[in-house]
Design a binder for this molecule. Structure first.
Ligand SMILES: *Cc1c(COP(=O)(O)O)cnc(C)c1O
Length: 352
């Protein structure tokens, strides 16, 4: 820390992204990216847009917003497009949480929530997941807090039903409930259908996982038009051109080829079941997942050690050195071939 770094952030512990190693070709199953490239129209749309890079992007991302609203069955004024969904999470924390409406989220969830809370000096409470790593909706009802839940949750992969989400939203009329649906396309139930009925619901989504565009940085929020206006106040006070021209073009092209991504999600779900079965056969406990990853441990095996042995064999997964989940590995689901190599690697590690 330099002597100039402001005291305001002296205690800030930044988010730790998953490794993106450049040294060798790994079977890369550590950051929940898609193993599939973007749909065919995306490259052409981006290439065409390059000729217009001297111009600022449309601060309203109008065409992209309209296209996304059409695909999700909502009105354009219920949508805000952002630079990854991390950005809308930050905007939403800035807009809707403070000392009077502190944040609540599970103790085991997306690592960015406490970071954005600290960055914005918002008090927060972490509610322990149940013994079986599930979320009890009753823990999030009442209290006038700002609730943020990943559904499906990360890194567990476990999900709440639409009915349970509605219970939480209806149970918090005095606070915004942010439902982070980064993984919903892999078998979860979306809460977007509730945004007309609840003025306190904000659903966030991303193109990074199911739409193969982690490197483009595109996310969105869907909610009541008044919430979206508040989020725009934050956006126009932070970065009005938050979605760049190439990403916007890529997003529109991707939404026009939505079937391609839905088909990829079905492949990932099938590969997920294959991998979960193979791990169970090797004595692993695998949490029930509705995401493009699984969370698993083998009784008697140290999670950190297994992570390192796999890495030495060229297989990269994610390990969190955190109480309760130290012995788990989070394994992103890739192609069938990648998952076969992963299972083979695990067998070798267990034998060694
Ligand atoms: C990956 C992820 C995000 C956001 O990713 P972006 O790339 O910023 O869109 C948000 N929430 C969860 C739980 C995630 O795993």
């Amino acid at each position: 820390m330099s002597s100039f770094f402001t005291k305001r952030y002296a205690a800030l512990e930044p988010y730790t992204p998953g490794e993106q190693p450049q040294d060798m070709q790994y079977v890369k199953l550590n950051t929940n990216e898609s193993p599939f490239p973007p749909s065919p129209g995306v490259a052409a749309a981006v290439a065409a847009e390059c000729a217009r890079l001297q111009l600022y992007s449309d601060p309203e991302s109008r065409k992209l917003t309209e296209k996304l609203a059409e695909v999700y069955g909502v009105k354009p004024e219920q949508v805000l497009m952002t630079n990854g969904s991390d950005e809308i999470l930050n905007f939403a924390f800035m807009a809707f949480a403070d000392e009077e409406r502190p944040l609540v989220f599970p103790d085991i969830s997306y690592g960015f929530y406490p970071v954005f809370a600290q960055l914005n000096h918002i008090p927060y409470e972490e509610i322990p997941l149940k013994e079986d790593f599930s979320i009890d909706p009753a823990d999030y009802c009442g209290g006038g807090k700002t609730v943020v839940l990943a559904n499906p949750n990360a890194p567990t992969g476990m999900s709440l039903s639409l009915q349970q989400i509605e219970q939480i939203v209806a149970g918090n009329p005095d606070g915004v409930v942010i439902v982070d649906e980064a993984y919903v396309d892999f078998g979860g139930e979306s809460a977007v259908c509730l945004v007309d009925r609840y003025e306190n619901l904000l659903v966030t989504g991303t193109f990074s996982k199911s739409r193969s565009m982690a490197g483009a940085r595109l996310g969105f929020g869907i909610g009541n038009a008044a919430l979206i206006r508040d989020l725009n106040t934050i956006k126009y006070s932070t970065n009005p051109y938050n979605v760049n021209r190439m990403t916007s073009a890529a997003g529109i092209a991707a939404l026009e080829e939505n079937e391609y991504y839905l088909a990829n999600c079905r492949v990932i779900m099938a590969n997920r079941e294959y991998t979960a079965e193979a791990l169970r056969a090797l004595g692993f406990e695998v949490l029930p997942s509705c995401a493009n990853f699984i969370f698993a441990r083998r009784p008697g095996v140290d999670g950190g050690e297994l992570y390192r042995s796999l890495k030495a064999r060229g297989i990269l997964v994610r390990h969190f050195d955190k109480p309760r989940i130290r012995d788990f590995l989070r394994i992103s689901i890739g192609t069938r071939e990648q998952m076969e190599r992963f299972v083979e690697g695990v067998k070798q590690c267990l034998e060694a």
